[in-house]
Structure formats: structure tokens, C-alpha cells
Design a binder for this molecule. Structure first.
Ligand SMILES: [Zn+2]
Length: 110
């Protein structure tokens, strides 16, 4: 049965993440975030104008969308421990983030 037909028949959506991506989350991403958050009292590294102070997750300097690929985003140097607000701020203000080094293009050195 083709995927689309399965979706239609079962009235369910296929999983958003591929198996490869799910494995990446289970083995790399989730443990890395957990380690970064720690006791929830670690200071945010970005400190944008809307910062909520404490690390809640990881921002990726070189994102998959910018050509990082799974392997590139898995490196320690690529991960910035920060709060959710800052992570969002970086996404909404790419020029600001790029200037401060929180965002990089694939062709730049990390
Ligand atoms: Zn912050």
C-alpha cells in the first residue's frame, strides 16, 4: 500500500520524522539537550533582549537548513545552550544573530 493511500484509509498522518531523524533525536539530540539544561539553573549563552536567563535547550549555529546536515549539527562546537526565547529570537533576527556569531552559513568556518 502506498503511503498516501494508507494516510487516507487510516485517517492518520505519517510520522513527521524519518527513522533516521528519529534515531538522531533519540541518540544525539535528546541526551545533548538534557545534558545542556542540567539542573535548569545554567545561564543562557546568548542573552538576547528577550532572554529568560536559564538554559532550556540547544541552538544550532549551523542548522540543517543552512547546509549543516545531521553530522555537522552533532558537534559540540555547533551547539549553544540557551533559553527558548533566545532560540526564537535568533530565528526571527538572523542578521543580528549572524553578526554575533550565533548563526553561520555552511561555507563559513565554525
Ligand atoms: Zn536567553
Amino acid at each position: 500500500m502506498k503511503a498516501r493511500e494508507w494516510e487516507r484509509r487510516s485517517r492518520r498522518r505519517l510520522a513527521q520524522r524519518s527513522k533516521k531523524m528519529q534515531r538522531h533525536y533519540d541518540e544525539q539530540r535528546i541526551p545533548a539537550v538534557r545534558a545542556a539544561v542540567g539542573d535548569g539553573r545554567r545561564p543562557c549563552a546568548i542573552v538576547s533582549p528577550i532572554c529568560t536567563r536559564y538554559v532550556e535547550g540547544l541552538h544550532e549555529v549551523l542548522t540543517r537548513g543552512r547546509g549543516g546536515g545531521l553530522r555537522a549539527v552533532d558537534t559540540e562546537a555547533n551547539r549553544v545552550p540557551c533559553c527558548h526565547a533566545c532560540n526564537q529570537y535568533v530565528s526571527l533576527h538572523p542578521a543580528w544573530a549572524h553578526e554575533l556569531g550565533w548563526l553561520k552559513h555552511a561555507w563559513e568556518d565554525t
